[in-house]
Design a protein around this ligand. Structure first.
Ligand code: PLP
Length: 457
């Protein structure tokens, strides 16, 4: 067995994709996947924005493995850093009075690039863990300040803050898991394409008024925080209008309600800046990080804490066995260096703008309702009717998989589809030529969708 690129392949094996798919079906349970999927894509190698499957087929990666491989695949530099750090000292806890240089240096880099109010970092293992920790910390903050009744949380309907029990609370519950502890207060998402949500009113005016009404109804003295994705990712790559977050946060501030910016997706250049909070001139009390923080080379999450919030929370438990993992910190630190050295924040903005310009041509197609994005969080919203903006995939649920497979097998492009929207979130190193190839693949596929039958002709 040899990969098509002719280099020695770490996963060289005589097994075919079908063999692997059969073995996979026996022992691996896939989140959001069918139990036995004969089309399972078995990946073995990557370089930049290119992926290869076990049979040597080549793909353009417009997905980045859950939107996170900022620096691209196959970075030997990161492998070397990992090997060196693991040989020297892989891990020792930072609980109590233990510390280590890679973690200190990494946290310095995170804080140096953050909004000025950010002073401290708490290290976590994933975005979900970090969101869950933030949910506990905002309550602890008010408890320690003598307001233990401030427990309620404001969130945007349709937002995602992880898969823990706390994440389920923020999502307003999840079918089959029973009652969630408190239940969040849901607000209308800032989704410009769906003007019907705002009853003809200016989006931001509507949302600010709704927020003020919710606070008046529940009582500011009972509300701990608002959690917000600065660009809603899983709901369909939805950037808010520029004045939305500044005005919302101003209202929260005036009521002593903390603001938690979930930048699990948006940070580290994904939406074009180190932190999207900087673009909106926000000073969040907590910023939640994961994904691009280490480009997926190690699983990692973190919380950035405002100085005053950090002081109140000083000494609070949490963090777990792996907080301050030396090897993870060293790799994540080198990941930041690569993003900086190769100017990947600018690359994200430029390639994102190219995507939007080229994708706008697709607005002529009957199934394309909206094209939007910020940096390399790009969305193509699919509708069955442009006047009512009804989601196409609600009408034809099987089409999601069909689009995915057609783009993959016919065009060699891997992408994601979330909440009725095609999500294009490639590594930030994607080239202009590759961007055009992805757009052509999406365009050809969507042009073939029969809006009456939901089939790809
Ligand atoms: N927050 C947001 C906005 C996310 O999109 C995700 C994951 O997609 C998470 C939190 C959870 O992160 P993780 O998958 O690392 O647990």
């Amino acid at each position: 067995f040899h990969c098509a690129h002719k280099e020695p392949c770490m996963a060289a094996t005589n097994s075919t994709a079908t063999d692997w798919a059969r073995r996979d079906a026996r022992v691996v349970q896939h989140p959001h996947g069918d139990a036995a999927d004969p089309d399972r894509l078995v990946l073995v190698r990557g370089k930049g924005s290119t992926l290869w499957d076990v049979e040597g087929r080549e793909y353009i990666d417009a997905h980045a493995g859950a939107w996170l491989t900022q620096v691209g695949h196959g970075r030997e530099e990161l492998a070397k850093v990992a090997a060196e750090q693991m040989s020297a000292l892989a891990h020792f806890t930072i609980m109590n009075d233990f510390a280590n240089p890679p973690t200190i240096e990494f946290c310095e880099k995170l804080v140096e690039r953050a909004p000025k109010n950010i002073a401290k970092v708490r290290l976590m293992g994933s975005g979900s863990e970090a969101d869950d920790e933030a949910l506990q910390l905002v309550r602890l903050f008010h408890y320690r300040r003598g307001q233990p009744q401030r427990t309620k949380i404001l969130v945007l309907r349709g937002s995602y803050h992880g898969r823990t029990y706390g994440g389920a609370e923020l999502a307003g519950g999840r079918p089959g898991i029973g009652e969630v502890p408190d239940g969040a207060i849901m607000l209308t998402p800032p989704w410009p394409y769906h003007a019907e949500l705002f009853g003809g009113e200016n989006l931001t005016d509507f949302c600010v008024r709704e927020l003020e009404q919710a606070i008046a109804r529940v009582g500011a003295e009972n509300i701990a925080a608002m959690f917000g994705e600065l660009v809603m990712g899983p709901a369909g790559m939805i950037p808010a209008p520029d004045d939305y977050w500044p005005r919302m946060v101003e209202v929260l501030r005036s009521h002593g309600i903390l603001f938690v910016a979930d930048e699990v997706v948006t940070a580290f250049g994904r939406a074009g800046a180190w932190y999207t909070s900087l673009d909106y001139h926000l000073a969040p009390d907590i910023i939640v990080l994961a994904k691009g923080i280490a480009s997926g080379y190690v699983p990692l999450g973190a919380l950035l804490l405002d100085g005053d919030v950090a002081d109140v929370l000083d000494g609070a438990s949490g963090g777990g066995s792996y907080a301050g993992h030396l090897m993870a910190s060293a790799v994540a630190s080198a990941n930041i260096d690569i993003i900086e050295r190769e100017n990947l924040l600018e690359a994200s903005r430029l390639r994102g703008a190219q995507f939007l310009e080229e994708l706008r041509e697709l607005l002529n197609l009957p199934v394309v309702g909206d094209v939007r994005g910020r940096g390399l969080m790009v969305g193509v919203e699919l509708v069955s009717d442009k006047t009512t903006r009804q989601p196409l995939l609600d009408r034809f649920p099987n089409l999601k998989k069909d689009i995915d497979r057609f783009v993959r097998t016919r065009h060699g492009v891997i992408l994601g589809i979330h909440g009725g929207t095609i999500a294009l979130t490639p590594p930030l190193v994607i080239t202009p030529r590759e961007v055009s190839r992805v757009v052509d693949a999406v365009g050809d596929t969507l042009a073939r969708v029969n809006i009456h039958t939901g089939r790809i002709d």
